[in-house]
Ligand binder design. Structure first.
Ligand code: ZN
Length: 145
């Protein structure tokens, strides 16, 4: 697999220097996610006030794709309403599973190449599915133990 083709500049940058990479002690929503296919682990933190994502951060261990995707997601969703976040999720999901060219996604389109690699789609969407799950579980911190 020519993985190098996936590692565009944006992905390398965000995987080496992930943005919003910390545990948010004031989070109102938090959720752990795990991708057993690759071993990617993530804990996502969101501070949501009045239906708006004031803060979103993450911690975890994962491959470059999963880390970059989580990092890009936190940038894309900071300050967004929950409705906007769901629209961005749907657009991103279509981008990496159907190949729809979503110009509105901005930097997130750096991950479009994963569509060629089904295993990597799971890496790219882990943070996003964790985010959607977190929205459904107010206050609840899920532990995998
Ligand atoms: Zn991975």
């Amino acid at each position: 697999m020519a993985l190098n083709e996936l590692y565009q500049e944006v992905i390398i940058d965000h995987s080496r220097k992930p943005r919003n990479f910390y545990a948010c002690s004031k989070a109102t929503h938090s959720k752990q996610g795990y991708n057993p296919l690759c071993g990617d682990q993530i804990t996502l933190y969101m501070k949501i006030v009045d239906d708006k994502i004031q803060k979103i951060s993450f911690q975890g261990n994962g491959c470059a794709i999963s880390t970059a995707s989580a990092s890009l997601m936190t940038e894309a969703l900071t300050g967004k309403t929950l409705e906007e976040a769901k629209v961005i999720f749907a657009g991103f999901h279509d981008l990496v599973t159907k190949g729809n060219d979503e110009k509105a996604l901005g930097k997130l389109t750096a991950l479009a190449g994963v569509i060629e690699y089904p295993m990597r789609v799971k890496c790219a969407t882990l943070a996003w599915h964790t985010m959607m799950a977190a929205l459904k579980n107010d206050q609840e911190l899920v532990c995998t133990e």
